[in-house]
Design a protein around this ligand. Structure first.
Ligand SMILES: [Zn+2]
Length: 256
C-alpha cells in the first residue's frame, strides 16, 4: 500500500512523504531508526517501507511477516464473499426488499456518491450478488446499511471511453471496498457496523491487468456509516437509468 497512518503526525501519509520525512534522516545519521507506521485497515503498528524490487514495482508499505488478517491483504474481488448465513431473518429481508423496490433511486444515488461513475449495469450486478450472498437476510440489517454492504461485493473496474461514455465519464482507477476492521464475515460486520468505517481502495493497474496487486494500492478514502439514505438527491438519476432499472425489476418479478 502507498498510504499508512503516521503515528507521530496522526494522519495518513504517502510513500513520498515518508521518504522525505524519515528516510533522509537515516542517510544523515546511521543510528537513526524511522518510526514504524500504522496500517489504516487492521491497525497493525509495525508497518515498514519495502524498497523498490524492480523497475515496475515502486516502494510500498508492507505488514510484518506472519501478520494477522488484514482486509488489504485479501487479493480477491469481493473479499467477504461466500460467508455462510446460519440464522436468516426472512421477515426483515422482505421488509428491506420492499423498501428497496420502492426507493431504489435513493440507494442508487447513495452508492454513486461512494462509487464515482457508477453505471446501471454495475448497480444491478451488485444487487444480483447481494441476493446470491443473502445479504438481505442477515439479522439486524437496516436499509441504510445496505449500500455500504453492497459495495463490498464486487470490484469497480477501470472504464474506457466509447461512443456512449466520453473520457470525462470514465473511472481511471480500480476500486475495491472493505470495512476497516479485522472482522472477516458479514455476520460480525453487520453486528458491529455502527462502529466501523468503510474504505475505498484505489488501485492503479496496467492496461492488461484486471486484478490488482497489493503494491498498487494508491490511495484510500474512508466513509463513516451514516443514516442519510433518504436524504439523497434522486433528481440526479436520469430517465434513461430509471427505465433500464425498472425493466430489471420487471424481469426479476420484483414487485412493489
Ligand atoms: Zn493491515
Amino acid at each position: 500500500m502507498q498510504q499508512v497512518i503516521d503515528p507521530v503526525k496522526n494522519r495518513l501519509i504517502t510513500v513520498e512523504e515518508y521518504i522525505k520525512e524519515y528516510a533522509k534522516n537515516s542517510l544523515d545519521n546511521l543510528d537513526y531508526t524511522a518510526p514504524l507506521m500504522i496500517c489504516p485497515h487492521c491497525l497493525n503498528n509495525r508497518m515498514k517501507l519495502k524498497a523498490r524490487s524492480s523497475i515496475n514495482v515502486s516502494p510500498y508499505f508492507v505488514h510484518p511477516k506472519n501478520n494477522e488478517y488484514c482486509p488489504s491483504k485479501i487479493l480477491q474481488e469481493g473479499i467477504y464473499l461466500n460467508c455462510k448465513i446460519t440464522d436468516p431473518d426472512v421477515e426483515n429481508a422482505n421488509k428491506l426488499k420492499k423498501h428497496f423496490r420502492e426507493h431504489w433511486k435513493y440507494y442508487f444515488q447513495k452508492i454513486r456518491n461512494m462509487v464515482p461513475y457508477l453505471r446501471k449495469e454495475e448497480f444491478t450486478k451488485i444487487i444480483d450478488i447481494s441476493l446470491r450472498e443473502r445479504i438481505w437476510e442477515y439479522k439486524n440489517v437496516q436499509s441504510y446499511h445496505l449500500p455500504y454492504l453492497f459495495v463490498t461485493l464486487a470490484d469497480f473496474s477501470i472504464q474506457h471511453p466509447n461512443s456512449y461514455y466520453k473520457e470525462d465519464f470514465c473511472r481511471s482507477l480500480h476500486f475495491r471496498y472493505w470495512f476497516q476492521s479485522k472482522l472477516d464475515n458479514y455476520k460480525d460486520l453487520i453486528n458491529n457496523i455502527n462502529v466501523l468505517s468503510l474504505c475505498r481502495a484505489s488501485y492503479k493497474l496496467t492496461e492488461k491487468q484486471t486484478q490488482p496487486r497489493q503494491d498498487q494500492l494508491q490511495k484510500i478514502q474512508s466513509f463513516e456509516i451514516i443514516n442519510d439514505l433518504m436524504e439523497q438527491d434522486t433528481d440526479k438519476v436520469s430517465i434513461h437509468i430509471e427505465k433500464w432499472i425498472e425493466k430489471y425489476f420487471e424481469i426479476k418479478n420484483w414487485q412493489h
